[in-house]
Write a protein that binds this ligand. Structure first.
Ligand code: CDV
Length: 317
């Protein structure tokens, strides 16, 4: 195993409704070249990186929705990204809306791919923790219709050997769930990468920006330490046609510390040379899974979703 890997997080500023995929790919290419000039070998782009964050809009005509989806990857517009990756020897993570025909029906997923330094796709992940709602809400300032426009991912939490380590992928809301990282850690992931679009306003509860940012970092910093892994999180940030996304791209070490973070709400590359052995001492001591995990007591994690089935343990005490 190589002992270090220079990773870049390539944050995007806003993508307006009017911006074409072609123009967005030009921005992604500029970030890729900039990352290369910093010596980056693996670059992480955001969730749904080719379009505006369309789940905020209520659309009743499926043709309108499908305009945001890719039916092929790479395709004519994104091919230059794959060509540049190959030419420069950089791998990347890219999020996009995926429309595919499977089991004789059209399926739509919030997807990310892992592309190797040879420009070939080596892994695919489809978002599992879809937030939001599936019907129109009239009580909120904007919609969050991921549960309407996407199916729950059906590929599980995969991990892939690449860049001298093992990489896992997640997407946005997945980062808030501890199960996401632990499953990947048990599958050997030492680096987890993810993209996100997080609205500054919580449509369900009045929450100040500092608390939104605190929770965003808290979940990942804890997960990095608890799983002895690097986490790279890349935002789409800023005002998209009047709707604000809070940004806060960051690279987190296995000690739980943020070692690099974005300072703008625009297109920006942040970089860190990640010591791939740094998590070893954590995984060999306090979080030595084999030695200390007590799976006989973890049953509810996989047998229950909510607390509906909760038995009253207090009556047995
Ligand atoms: N795109 C997302 O998954 N956004 C969620 C919001 C809705 C809370 C997030 O977890 O950031």
């Amino acid at each position: 195993m190589e002992s270090s890997l220079k990773i870049g997080s390539a944050q995007l500023g806003p993508i307006s409704l009017a911006e074409s995929r072609y123009d967005v790919v030009k921005r992604l290419l500029a970030l890729l070249y900039k990352a290369h000039s910093f010596g980056v070998k693996f670059i992480v782009f955001p969730e749904l990186a080719l379009t505006t964050f369309f789940p905020r809009y209520w659309m009743t005509n499926q043709v309108d929705v499908d305009r945001y989806f890719e039916t092929k990857m790479p395709n004519e517009v994104t091919q230059p990204l794959f060509d540049a990756a190959k030419k420069l020897g950089i791998g990347f993570y890219l999020g996009f809306a995926e429309l595919s025909e499977e089991d004789n029906r059209i399926r739509r997923f919030n997807t990310s791919i892992l592309v190797g330094p040879d420009g070939k796709i080596i892994g695919k992940y489809r978002k599992i923790h879809l937030p939001g709602h599936s019907e129109k809400r009239d009580d909120v300032p904007f919609q969050h219709l991921e549960k309407r426009y996407f199916e729950v991912g059906n590929l599980g939490f995969g991990t892939w050997p690449v860049f001298g380590t093992r990489v896992g992928m997640a997407i946005c809301n997945d980062r808030r769930w501890p199960e996401t990282y632990r499953v990947m850690a048990l599958r050997g992931a030492r680096v987890v990468v993810l993209g996100f679009n997080t609205p500054t306003e919580n449509i369900n509860h009045d929450e100040p920006l500092h608390l939104r940012m605190f929770h965003h970092r808290l979940v990942m910093q804890a997960a990095a330490y608890q799983n002895g892994m690097w986490i790279v999180a890349t935002a789409k940030a800023g005002y998209e046609d009047g709707f604000h996304l809070h940004g806060g791209s960051c690279i987190i070490s296995p000690t739980g510390e943020i070692v690099s973070q974005s300072t703008t709400e625009d297109d920006e590359v942040i970089v860190y040379d990640c010591n791939l052995k740094l998590g070893d001492y954590i995984l060999n001591s306090v979080f030595n899974f084999k030695k200390h995990r007590r799976i006989e007591h973890y049953g509810p994690i996989t047998s229950q979703t909510g607390v509906d089935d909760l038995i009253d343990v207090s009556s047995k005490l």
